[in-house]
Design a protein around this ligand. Structure first.
Ligand SMILES: *[C@@H]1O[C@H](CO)[C@@H](O)[C@H](O)[C@H]1NC(C)=O
Ligand SMILES: *[C@@H]1O[C@H](CO)[C@@H](O)[C@H](O)[C@H]1NC(C)=O
Ligand SMILES: *[C@@H]1O[C@H](CO)[C@@H](O)[C@H](O)[C@H]1NC(C)=O
Ligand SMILES: *[C@@H]1O[C@H](CO)[C@@H](O)[C@H](O)[C@H]1NC(C)=O
Ligand SMILES: *[C@@H]1O[C@H](CO)[C@@H](O)[C@H](O)[C@H]1NC(C)=O
Length: 622
């Protein structure tokens, strides 16, 4: 189906965004997805099993959108120490006349066609430019010139990244912990630690990115991180628990439970089609299907304010642009209308016409966020508590780069594929070849028996290999997405992961609660601090003082105690201290996933992870 005549691959098009019949990117969207990768290996005569394909994807896919860019693929081919990459290179070399497959970033003579990464750089620079425009702490780097490499320099002191993270998930970073003035190599490093550890905490996968990469402004790593941060913000409200009006998107005979299983991408498509249906249109992706701008024109017309809300004036979309023959000009007319809705963001006319899937999705998410034009169905009542613990666990696993991305723990773990990947992260070997049914799951009921088998195996591993306590938990419970039981298993995975990090530091002993507690007490005493804790349930932890003092004992004089409230504390005081403590922990290099609320409420599980992370950080100091 690739239409090769030379039996192999030629060098790719210099413009990855334009479909080219001889690149591994078959559908021409600028990315290689799992199935394209599989085809590629088959065609060079070295087919790989699905799990290895996923491994490669995982290794390269820094922004976790389950596809890799041509540039990332070039990196893969050059990996010297990677067995699969070596095999691939060898197989490829046997084919005649082929050197490498990858993307380049040449700009054509007209200067209009940019590579995917240049399109992204342009889009992100503009987004940052407008969204942080009013922030006085970003004055030194804004506005960012979107036409140059300026963006990569602008992120190098960490301030902008901290601000952007906080914009995507408000209140993630305590303002007081950012170093702003007279930055040195050390204080810059602290800002970057704060940014990277906070990015992990909101669910970004940063395992391949270090502070040094950001300092040097490595384009692909910076773009990958920025996209993850921006996407988390864009998708934050595309979730039933955050926006009940999304229930209006329920289809005939569909349950709320089924609707909640949709990914934000799927919900966005559903939303666009909900509006497009009224004019008899539909789209199935944000690439090929939007290139002619027609769907966009109609979507804008449907969602434009109709004047029924008091303080929102009516906007009539000028549809005349639909008849413009030239696609670029038509896209530009469309974007002018989007601008009238305050939504001209992320895409240029070129990005629309070339069907850049990532940027167009960001554009549609912007439309949704500003003008959802949905009404919550009446006589529909339900309780959808958004569970803080669930969110923390989810962010933790996503930050480790599990694939696919987990949007909701109950439901997304049904086939146990993610749980099995997590076992590998805690060094419990998984027999992928003999014990795991790999997707796609086909057969009766979407292959539910195969999924249950995987779940059974996941429980078995926990009991026999990991030594977890899984009393009363069966594979069926994971498959059913039973909240309590799923969280019970996931917590044991996260706990083990946290303790493993300590053991990796060569502590010798098997790490456990007691070891951490006595280390905390000892370190506090050695640092001449007044706090001590009896357990992870100790009520004094609610003030965050033991945490802050421990941080200051690990890194002397890092905490500004003038900012810490002591004595009798109101709830607000406690929360303020906790915010400061969590951000400070991240700033000195502890990858803390817990939230300030966990400290205030003394949630013993999350409290334990905070102290364990700090212990890990403290031991590295030695
Ligand atoms: C930066 O953004 C602001 C607000 O959107 C805009 O007025 C300004 O022209 C932009 N500057 C550049 C260089 O893009
Ligand atoms: C983070 O967001 C919160 C809430 O929007 C805000 O109060 C705080 O000042 C922000 N911090 C930073 C570092 O921008
Ligand atoms: C987008 O969907 C259309 C059908 O609606 C299809 O023809 C096209 O190949 C799809 N493009 C991509 C990149 O998936
Ligand atoms: C989940 O499992 C627990 C323990 O077996 C049970 O009490 C609870 O009813 C189950 N929840 C659901 C929604 O089935
Ligand atoms: C920590 O120190 C306090 C006060 O010295 C003591 O009461 C407590 O038993 C100690 N806990 C552990 C686990 O060492």
């Amino acid at each position: 189906r690739r239409g090769n005549t030379n039996g192999g691959f030629s060098l790719p098009s210099p413009h990855p965004s334009v479909a080219h019949p001889t690149t591994p990117d078959v559908d021409g969207n600028g990315y290689i997805c799992a199935s394209e990768l599989g085809d590629l290996f088959r065609e060079v005569g070295s087919p790989l099993p699905g799990y290895q394909i996923r491994e490669i994807l995982q290794k390269l896919d820094r922004d976790k959108d389950s596809q890799i860019s041509l540039e990332e693929f070039t990196i893969f081919q050059e990996m010297k120490d990677d067995r699969i990459a070596q095999g691939f290179r060898k197989a490829l070399n046997k084919k005649e006349g082929i050197v490498a497959i990858g993307g380049t970033s040449e700009i054509s003579s007209e200067g209009t066609q940019h590579s995917i990464s240049e399109q992204e750089r342009f889009a992100f620079a503009n987004y940052i430019n407008s969204s942080l425009e009013k922030d006085p702490d970003c004055k030194h780097v804004l506005p960012i010139n979107p036409n140059t490499e300026h963006l990569f320099k602008a992120v190098s002191d960490g301030i902008l990244l901290c601000k952007l993270i906080n914009l995507s998930v408000p209140d993630t970073i305590d303002e007081r912990t950012i170093n702003k003035k007279k930055l040195t190599a050390f204080t810059t490093q602290e800002n970057l630690n704060l940014a990277l550890n906070s990015a992990s905490a909101i669910g970004c996968q940063v395992v391949n990115i270090g502070a040094q990469d950001l300092k040097e402004g490595k384009p692909h790593l910076v773009l990958g991180l920025l996209w993850q941060i921006i996407k988390i913000g864009l998708f934050a409200d595309i979730e039933l628990s955050r926006n009940e009006a999304i229930a209006a998107l329920l289809e005939e005979g569909e349950s709320l439970e089924e609707l909640m299983k949709l990914t934000p991408e799927e919900l966005l498509l559903r939303w666009a089609n909900f509006h497009l249906k009224k004019v008899g249109m539909s789209i199935s992706n944000f690439s090929g299907d939007i290139k002619d701008s027609k769907a966009y024109f109609h979507l804008l017309e449907q969602i434009a304010p109709d004047g029924s809300k008091e303080d929102v004036p009516r906007v009539d979309i000028d549809m005349s642009g639909v008849y413009e023959k030239d696609l670029m000009k038509r896209a530009e007319c469309m974007l002018k209308q989007a601008d009238r809705l305050g939504c001209r963001q992320f895409v240029t006319a070129t990005d629309v016409v070339s069907g850049n899937a990532k940027l167009n999705m960001a554009f549609v998410a912007t439309l949704f966020n500003k003008h959802p034009a949905l009404t919550k169905p009446e006589n529909q009542d339900w309780v959808l508590g958004s569970n803080r613990e669930e969110r923390t666990f989810r962010n933790w696993m996503n930050s480790l780069g599990v694939s696919p991305h987990v949007h909701r723990i109950y439901g997304d773990l049904q086939d146990a594929m993610v749980i099995l990947q997590l076992y590998e992260k805690i060094k419990v070997p998984v027999d992928w070849d003999n014990r795991v049914n790999l997707p796609p799951f086909k057969g009766i009921g979407g292959g539910h028996l195969k999924k249950i088998e995987n779940c059974n195996y996941a429980v078995e591993l926990g009991k026999s290999k990991a030594g977890f306590s899984l009393v009363g938990i069966g594979g069926q419970d994971l498959y059913d997405g039973n909240e309590t039981l799923t969280l019970a298993l996931v917590w044991q995975l996260m706990r083990r992961y946290t303790l493993n990090v300590l053991e990796d530091l060569g502590h010798g002993e098997v790490a456990g609660d007691d070891l951490i507690l006595s280390w905390v007490n000892k370190t506090l005493a050695e640092g001449e601090k007044s706090s001590s804790i009896k357990s992870f349930k100790d009520r004094s932890i609610g003030t965050s003082l033991p945490v802050l003092e421990l941080i200051d004992a690990i890194q002397p004089n890092s905490v500004n105690f003038e900012l810490v409230t002591t004595g009798t504390l109101s709830d607000e005081d406690k929360l303020n201290n906790a915010k400061y403590a969590v951000s400070m922990a991240r700033k000195i290099g502890a990858k803390v996933y817990a939230l300030p609320e966990d400290l205030v409420e003394v949630n013993p599980k999350m409290v334990m992870t905070i102290f364990a992370c700090l212990m890990g950080r403290g031991m590295k100091r030695a």
